[in-house]
Design a protein around this ligand. Structure first.
Ligand code: PHE
Length: 358
C-alpha cells in the first residue's frame, strides 16, 4: 500500500465523526460557518487530506476517491442540517418572544419641522391681499428681457438693465437675438397677466428674484411680492387705501403710513411707502437712538405707483379706458423687520439654530 493511501486513511480516521460534535456545538450561524471552515476551508482538516490524492497510485484512486467524497458529502450534509436547525430555532425564539408592536411611538420623539420664516411671511402677505380680493398668479424666474424690462418701459440704457445688476442666461439652441435673464423683480408678472387677460383684474404674485448684490441687507437671490389692479377709473386714492389696509394688517392697526414720491419707469406717478418704525414707535423719545430706522422713525417697505400708460400700450390694454396701480415689496425686508433679524444671509444658511427660533 502506498504512503499516500495510508496517510489519507489515517487522516480520515482522525477526522472521524468529530465534525458532527463541532457543528452541534456551534450556537449561531457565524460559529457554524467557522467550524465548517476548519474542516473544508483552505486550511481545513479534510482539505489537507484531499491534497494527498494527487500522490495516490492510479489503481487505488477510484476507491480512495470514493471514500473521501463520501466523507466530504457527509460533512456538507451535517453542516446543512445544523444550519437549518439553527434557523428554525431562531425563528421559534422570535415567535415566542413578546410581540413587537410596530405602532408604538418612538422613544426619542422626532422633532416637528415647520415652514421657513420667509415662506411664512410670504404666505401671510399673500393672504392679506387675497382677503382684499386679489387673486394669486405665478410667473417664471427665467424670463425674456422684454417682459422684465422693455414692456415695463425701461429705457434701453437704464442702469438696472446693466450687466452690473442682471444675471444673464445663455440658452443653448435658443434664438440668437433672444435676451434671457433671471428676473430682477416680480413685475414681469404684470406684463404676462396684462398681456393675456382683460380688465378688470386684481392680482398678486410672489417668488424669487435675482440681482448682482451681496451684503448684510442684499442677497443675490431674494423674494418679492407684486400686486396690481386694473379697472376703469382707478385712482391713487385706491392705491393708498389698499396699501394702508395692508400695512395695518401686517404691523397692527393705527400703523402710520406715508407715501413719498419716487421713480420707477413703469409707474406714473410713483411712490415709496414707509411705515412708522415698528421698533421705536411705542417708545417715548428714544427715536434718535433707534438703529433700525436710524432715528428717522420711518421704515421703507415697498415701491408703488399708477401703471404707466406705456405699460398698458405694450400689453394691449387701452390706456384711455383703463387705469391701475401696482406695487412691489421685498419679503426678506418685511421678515427682517418683523423678527428683528440683522443679516439677510441668515435666511439662506439653513443653520438649524437660526431656523428653530421661528
Ligand atoms: N419692481 C420694483 C422693484 O423691484 C418695485 C415696484 C413694483 C415698484 C411695482 C412700483 C410698482 O424695485
Amino acid at each position: 500500500m502506498s504512503d499516500a493511501v495510508t496517510e489519507i486513511e489515517r487522516g480520515l480516521a482522525a477526522l472521524g465523526e468529530s465534525f458532527q460534535k463541532r457543528f452541534a456545538e456551534a450556537q449561531d450561524e457565524p460559529a457554524l460557518r467557522h467550524a465548517k471552515a476548519e474542516v473544508l476551508g483552505k486550511k481545513g482538516d479534510l482539505t489537507a487530506v484531499l491534497k494527498r490524492m494527487a500522490a495516490v497510485p492510479p489503481e487505488h484512486k477510484k476507491s480512495v476517491g470514493e471514500r473521501v467524497n463520501e466523507v466530504k458529502a457527509s460533512v456538507e450534509r451535517a453542516f446543512e442540517e445544523r444550519l437549518a436547525a439553527l434557523h428554525r430555532a431562531r425563528r421559534e425564539a422570535d415567535l415566542n418572544a413578546p410581540p413587537f408592536d410596530l405602532t408604538l411611538p418612538g422613544r426619542v420623539p422626532a422633532p416637528r419641522g415647520h415652514v421657513h420664516p420667509l415662506t411664512r411671511v410670504r404666505h401671510e402677505i399673500l393672504d392679506i391681499f387675497r382677503s382684499l380680493g386679489f387673486e394669486v398668479a405665478w410667473g417664471p424666474e427665467v424670463e425674456l428681457w422684454e417682459n422684465n424690462f422693455e414692456k415695463l418701459a425701461f429705457p434701453p440704457d437704464h442702469p438696472a438693465t446693466d450687466m452690473q445688476d442682471t444675471f444673464w442666461v445663455r440658452v443653448d439652441g435658443g434664438a440668437p437675438d433672444a435676451k434671457v435673464l433671471l428676473r430682477t423683480h416680480t413685475s414681469n408678472v404684470q406684463v404676462r397677466e396684462m398681456s393675456t387677460r382683460k380688465p378688470p383684474m386684481a392680482v398678486v404674485s410672489g417668488g424669487p428674484v435675482y440681482r448682482r448684490d451681496d451684503d448684510v441687507t442684499h442677497s443675490p437671490m431674494f423674494h418679492q411680492i407684486e400686486g396690481f389692479l386694473v379697472a376703469e377709473r382707478v385712482s391713487f386714492a385706491e392705491l393708498k387705501g389698499v396699501l394702508t389696509a395692508f400695512a395695518e394688517r401686517l404691523y397692527g392697526e393705527g400703523t402710520p403710513v406715508r407715501f413719498r414720491p419716487s421713480y420707477f419707469p413703469f409707474v406714473e406717478p410713483g411712490a415709496e411707502v414707509d411705515v412708522g418704525c415698528v421698533f421705536c414707535r411705542a417708545d417715548d423719545g428714544s427715536r434718535p437712538a433707534c438703529r433700525v430706522c436710524k432715528g428717522t422713525g420711518w421704515l421703507e417697505i415697498l415701491g408703488c405707483g399708477m401703471v404707466h400708460p406705456d405699460v398698458f400700450r405694450h400689453t394691449g390694454i387701452d390706456p384711455e379706458t383703463y387705469t391701475g396701480f401696482a406695487f412691489g415689496l421685498g419679503v426678506e425686508r418685511v421678515a427682517m423687520l418683523r423678527y428683528g433679524i440683522p443679516d439677510i444671509r441668515l435666511f439662506f444658511e439653513n443653520d438649524p439654530r437660526f431656523l428653530a427660533q421661528f
